[in-house]
Design a protein around this ligand. Structure first.
Ligand code: G3P
Ligand code: CA
Length: 411
C-alpha cells in the first residue's frame, strides 16, 4: 500500500493544523463505495425494548427495519461463536443461580450446552419493569448462526416451554432448527459483529471467517455468496456485497481481521477514551490522528467514535474537528450509541441546520424505531449522502413501514 500523506491545510482555529493524516488507499475506497449510507445499526438488537443480543431483540430489530444487526462476538469453551457483550454472564443471565461457583468466570469457561441452560431475558424484566414482557423470560444466548438466520427471516424452533428443538447432523453434532418466521416483516438486514475481548479468544477472526463461509455470508468471490431472497420493498442489505461489516476496538484484532478476510469487507475501527492498550489515551489531535492513520494502514474504512449525551455520557470523540479529520482521511463515520433525538440532531448537524457539519454515515442506535423515524421525519434530504452507485435509493429510510415500540413476537 502506498500511503499518500496529506498535510492538513493550516487554518486558524483548526487544532489539527500541521498534523499528517493518511488517505484511504484506492483499493479500500472501492470497499467504502460498496457501503450503504444513512444506515440504522441496531445496537445489540436493541438495548431499550428487549433483552440485548437475544432472539427477541434481533427479531424486533429486523422487523422494525434496521439495516444491520449489531452484536458482540465471544467464543465458548467448545469453540462456538456466540453473541454476548460483557466479559462474564452475571449482568445479563441467571448464572448466579445456575452455576454459582462460576458466576464470574469468562464465557470461554463454558460450553454452548452450559450457556443454553441460562435465562438471558428475565434480568431485563426485573431491571425495566415498565418494559417487561412475558416472552422475555427464558430467552437464551444466541450463536452467530442464530443471528444470521434471523437476518434471513427465520426464527428458532422451540417447544412450548421455549426450549430449542435440535436435529442431529451427519457429523454427529446437534444443530438448532429454524423455521420461517410468521412475524417476519420482509426485511433482510446485514450483520455487524464486533470481536469482543479478542485477546481472550486467539484466532477468533479466522473462526469468524470460516463460520461466515459455512453460512454463505462470505466468499472470496462475492458472487458466490448465498443468494438471499428479499421480499419487495424490504430492507435488502443481506443480499448485497456489504452484508457483513466487521468492527473492533482492538488494534491487534484489526490486524487479524485484515489477515482473515483477504477479500476486504467493510471494517470499523472503534474508538474509546481510556487506559487499556488499544484505547485512545488522550483526546488530542495528535493522538486522534494516530488512530485514524492506524485504521487506514490496517484495512478499516469506518471510524466508530463514542458520542456524548445521556444516558451513557461517553466521551465526545466526534467533535467537528474530529469528524473533519476522519473525512479528510476518506473514511466513513459510525458513532455509538444513540439513545435520544438530541444526540441524532447534534451529530447529523441538524441541530444547527448545517449539513456540512454532519458527521454521521450510520448510527449505532439502541432504539432503531426512533432512528428510522428521525431519518423519515426530521432529517431533510440535504443531509443524506448518495447511495446511487449501489443502486440503493438515497432515502431508503423513507420507504420503511415503521412501527413504534415493542411488538409482541409470541404467537
Ligand atoms: O460496537 C459499537 C458499540 O457497540 C461499542 O460499544 O460496548 O456496546 O460494544 P459496546
Ligand atoms: Ca458492540
Amino acid at each position: 500500500m502506498i500511503a499518500v500523506l496529506m498535510a492538513l491545510i493550516s487554518k486558524e482555529g483548526r487544532p489539527y493544523a500541521g498534523i499528517e493524516i493518511h488517505k484511504l488507499p484506492v483499493a479500500l475506497q472501492q470497499v467504502l463505495n460498496e457501503l450503504p449510507r444513512n444506515i440504522v445499526i441496531a445496537h445489540r438488537g436493541t438495548t431499550y425494548w428487549a433483552p440485548e443480543e437475544t432472539e427477541a431483540a434481533m427479531r424486533w430489530a429486523r422487523d422494525v427495519g434496521a439495516d444491520y444487526l449489531e452484536f458482540d462476538l465471544q467464543r465458548t469453551r467448545d469453540g462456538v461463536l456466540i453473541a454476548l457483550h460483557d466479559v462474564n454472564l452475571r449482568r445479563t443471565t441467571d448464572i448466579a443461580e445456575v452455576f454459582p461457583e462460576r458466576a464470574d468466570a469468562p464465557v470461554s469457561a463454558f460450553t454452548l450446552d452450559e450457556l443454553r441452560q441460562l435465562d438471558a431475558g428475565s434480568w431485563f424484566n426485573e431491571t425495566y419493569p415498565d418494559r417487561a414482557k412475558k416472552e422475555f423470560v427464558g430467552q437464551d444466548i444466541l450463536t452467530l448462526e442464530d443471528v444470521i438466520r434471523i437476518a434471513e427471516g427465520y426464527r428458532i424452533v422451540r417447544d412450548e416451554q421455549g426450549r430449542r428443538i435440535y436435529e442431529w447432523g451427519t457429523d454427529g453434532k446437534k444443530y438448532t432448527r429454524y423455521e420461517k418466521d410468521p412475524q417476519d416483516s420482509g426485511n433482510r438486514p446485514g450483520i455487524y459483529p464486533e470481536t469482543k475481548e479478542p485477546h481472550l479468544f486467539p484466532g477468533m477472526e479466522q473462526d469468524l471467517r470460516e463460520e461466515l463461509e459455512r453460512l454463505g455470508w462470505y466468499h472470496i468471490q462475492p458472487g458466490k455468496m448465498k443468494k438471499i431472497e428479499v421480499p419487495q420493498g424490504g430492507v435488502g442489505i443481506a443480499n448485497t456485497i456489504a452484508r457483513v461489516i466487521l468492527q473492533t476496538f482492538s488494534a491487534h484484532s484489526l490486524v487479524e481481521l485484515e489477515k482473515a478476510f483477504p477479500r476486504r469487507i467493510p471494517t470499523c475501527f472503534l474508538l474509546w477514551l481510556g487506559n487499556e492498550p488499544s484505547d485512545l489515551k488522550e483526546n488530542t489531535p495528535k493522538a486522534y490522528a494516530a488512530k485514524i492513520n492506524y485504521a487506514v494502514a490496517h484495512g478499516a474504512v469506518i471510524i466508530g467514535p463514542s458520542i456524548a449525551g445521556s444516558p451513557n455520557d461517553y466521551a465526545d470523540l466526534l467533535a467537528p474537528w474530529q469528524g473533519e479529520m476522519i473525512y479528510r482521511a476518506g473514511l466513513a463515520i459510525h458513532p455509538y450509541s444513540f439513545d435520544t433525538e438530541e444526540q441524532m440532531a447534534e451529530y447529523t448537524g441538524w441541530k444547527n441546520r448545517c449539513p456540512q457539519e454532519g458527521r454521521v454515515d450510520g448510527m449505532f442506535t439502541n432504539k432503531a424505531d426512533m432512528t428510522i423515524q428521525f431519518y423519515q421525519q426530521t432529517l431533510m434530504s440535504a443531509y443524506f449522502k448518495s447511495n446511487a452507485a449501489l443502486g440503493i435509493p438515497d432515502n431508503i429510510q423513507r420507504n420503511k413501514a415503521l412501527f413504534h415500540g415493542y411488538r409482541d413476537m409470541s404467537e
